[in-house]
Ligand binder design. Structure first.
Ligand SMILES: [Ca+2]
Ligand SMILES: [Ca+2]
Length: 162
């Protein structure tokens, strides 16, 4: 805990009526009020993935599990929907950043970036560029000061805004 910054904070919330519909759905699917990692994967149709892709999905799940109790409760669920469906680019970026920064040290290094692209590629099953080629390409573009070290959140924002 100790991280009170909601990933979905600051934007318009899902309207009450819609929230209620989600709540009914959620409680029907998960009567305990908690969604497990396994159920999360089932919901998204992500079973039988390879190890890399699986790790990526686990990480996504962990960013949504804000109180880190190992489950997604309804509030976390609705926050995730808020973010994915209604979140502004800036909020989504913050979330992506949190997702990519696997060791949580506040910057994304080349290895973390490579891991993400390998996972995304595994999920998409595409093979246009090799993960290494792709990472080098992107990293070179984002790493504005060319120290070869890391991407900060600022750098990431800059890159996507152009
Ligand atoms: Ca939780
Ligand atoms: Ca890091």
């Amino acid at each position: 805990m100790g991280n009170n910054e909601s990933i979905a904070g600051g934007q318009k919330a899902v309207p009450a009526k819609e929230t209620y519909v989600w709540y009914k759905k959620f409680m029907r699917e998960y009567p305990s009020g908690l969604q497990t990692l396994h159920e999360f994967k089932t919901l998204l149709g992500l079973q039988g993935l390879n190890q890399k892709a699986n790790q990526h999905v686990d990480q996504v799940y962990n960013t949504f599990d804000m109180n880190k109790d190992g489950f997604i409760d309804f509030l976390e669920f609705i926050a995730a929907i808020n973010l994915v469906v209604r979140g502004k680019m800036e909020q989504k970026l913050k979330w992506y950043f949190k997702l990519y920064d696997a060791d949580g040290n506040g910057s994304i290094d080349k290895k973390e970036l490579l891991n993400i692209f390998m996972a995304v590629q595994a999920l998409n099953g595409q093979q246009t560029l090799s993960p290494e080629e792709f990472t080098n390409l992107v990293f070179h573009k984002i790493d504005k000061n060319n120290d070869g070290k890391a991407i900060t959140l600022l750098g990431l924002t800059f890159f996507t805004k152009k």
